[in-house]
Design a protein around this ligand. Structure first.
Ligand code: AMP
Ligand code: ZN
Length: 470
């Protein structure tokens, strides 16, 4: 399997530290608001990566943090804490906001068939770990105290800008636009590990530390949570491209300074979902959420397919027309699949199945090329083989794609068949289903006879109850 590594700027063969095992870390959401569908693009593509690794036989352990403290309104070190901003907006406590939006995030993930990581850890649960690592960084000479805060000293590193060749001027004009200069910093790129003094001193959550009562910076949480659950050598770290700098750059700086060796081998970054008028953001008032898609009548899995139709390393523009196109494609996939149920006898042709799956795995082996993987799915319908083999190929592919193809194709099929039934027959079919559910088989048989008398045949198949005209 080959993937693009932001660290080397190359597509590389993926080789985990320990054969057959993968440690994977994902930056989780900042839970001060609903996730927008841009955030969820990142989580969908990471889900495909994880599931494809599992499909390929790798034993994956995936860890995600929940940012419930320390992420300031600027990704640099100034501004108000986002959680506090959320709490003020809704007149609730920070912890209530965190709980509400963490649950909402996983509900959205569930609707999009995004698997929950093996470990989910809120930052506020790991304060002791942060203090331990920060203390060690101070001891090793990588961190200093200034104006009440603890800063990481980037001048102590051989190389700080590991992903890009940022220069200091760019930082001032671009990445940290509008951010006030922090006079405590020895170097422009230094970042806060622990705050005790912030202009926003009404921070709700504070903890005791050797440097006074305060709260952690945003970056330290991901290094510590990753090391806590995945050890000193991480195989792969994921996130949206905006996280590459400064967040991931700072994670690498502090983790490697602490460990004294290389920390993470592969960096997987997803390009942004944009709207026609620019970057999607939570601070712009009304923003696009899964609930909004549902309100407008879209199945969340249509949005999942929309994401899969493009490569994760290309930025993607969201428009309702593009989503409609994905909806048409989704319905087409379901209808074509439903047509395969009609004659699905015989045996699986394993040679053919292997060939069909090979073009699918070739696509994903090639830097998670999901749009080619969807083409491989369409090729199944055209293949010269029996329906049983085709259905097996679709089932296998859907272990990674997670579009509920077989399940939803069955639902569409039975809906369209039921829809054609006259009212009295449809009622009897419903009553019979209820009787079977209640294990009243005598009544079920009686109802079957009534249905037959009205000229319809009812039978149980692998795809559920089938009613056809006699
Ligand atoms: P946040 O909740 O802001 O911490 O972001 C959660 C995840 O969404 C991070 O991995 C971000 O890099 C990612 N992200 C933020 N905006 C976008 C976007 N417009 N498109 C794709 N991913 C994004
Ligand atoms: Zn992170």
């Amino acid at each position: 399997m080959k993937i693009y590594n932001t660290l080397s700027h190359k597509i590389e063969e993926f080789v985990p530290n320990e054969p057959g095992k993968v440690s994977m870390y994902t930056c989780g959401p900042t839970v001060y608001h609903f996730a927008h569908i841009g955030n969820l693009r990142s989580y969908i593509m990471e889900d495909i990566l994880e599931k494809y690794m599992r499909y390929s036989g790798l034993d994956v352990k995936r860890v995600m943090n929940i940012t419930d403290v320390g992420h300031l309104t600027s990704d640099g070190d100034t501004g108000e804490d986002k959680m506090l901003k959320g709490a003020k907006r809704e007149h609730k406590s920070v912890m209530d906001i965190a709980k509400f939006y963490t649950d909402a995030f996983f509900e959205d993930c569930n609707k999009l068939n995004i698997k929950k990581p093996d470990v989910v850890e809120p930052a506020t649960h790991c304060i002791d770990e942060f203090i331990k690592v920060i203390s060690s960084l101070i001891e090793k000479g990588y961190a200093y105290e200034a104006g009440g805060n603890i800063y990481f000293d980037t001048s102590k590193l051989k190389e700080y800008y590991v992903f890009h060749n940022f220069n200091e001027e760019d930082l001032e004009d671009g990445v940290r636009e509008g951010v006030e200069k922090d006079e405590n910093k020895k170097n422009k790129a230094d970042f806060v590990l622990w705050f005790t003094k912030s202009k926003f001193d009404d921070q709700e959550l504070k903890w005791d530390s050797p440097w006074g009562v305060g709260y952690p910076g945003w970056h330290i949480e991901c290094s510590c949570i990753s090391m806590k659950h995945l050890g000193e050598r991480l195989d792969i770290h994921c996130g949206g491209i905006d996280n590459a700098f400064p967040h991931h750059t700072n994670e690498i700086a502090q983790s490697e300074a602490y460990l004294g060796h290389k920390w993470c081998n592969y960096w997987f970054h997803i390009l942004h979902l944009n709207t026609n008028d620019g970057k999607m953001s939570k601070s712009k008032g009304e923003f696009l959420t899964v609930s909004l898609l549902e309100q407008k009548g879209y199945d969340p899995l249509v949005y999942r397919l929309f994401c899969l139709l493009s490569h994760y390393r290309k930025s993607l523009v969201f428009t309702w027309e593009n989503l409609d196109n994905a909806k048409v494609q989704y319905q087409k996939i379901l209808a074509k699949t439903a047509s395969l149920f009609k004659d699905d006898g015989g045996n699986i042709d394993f040679v053919m199945l292997r060939d069909l799956l090979r073009s699918f795995t070739d696509a994903l082996d090639n830097d998670i090329n999901t749009s080619n993987a969807i083409t491989a799915l369409y090729d199944v319908f055209k293949a010269d083989t029996n329906n049983k083999t085709k259905l097996k190929a679709i089932e296998e592919m859907d272990r990674v794609l997670s579009l509920d193809i077989i399940k939803n194709a069955k639902a569409t099929e039975s809906e369209s068949e039921q829809a054609e039934l006259p009212e009295d027959v449809a009622q009897l079919v419903k009553q019979r289903a209820q009787a079977r559910k209640e294990k009243d088989f005598a009544l079920a048989d009686e109802l079957r006879d009534k249905i037959t008398a009205l000229g319809y045949k009812i039978e149980e198949t692998r795809q559920g109850t089938k009613v056809t005209k006699l």
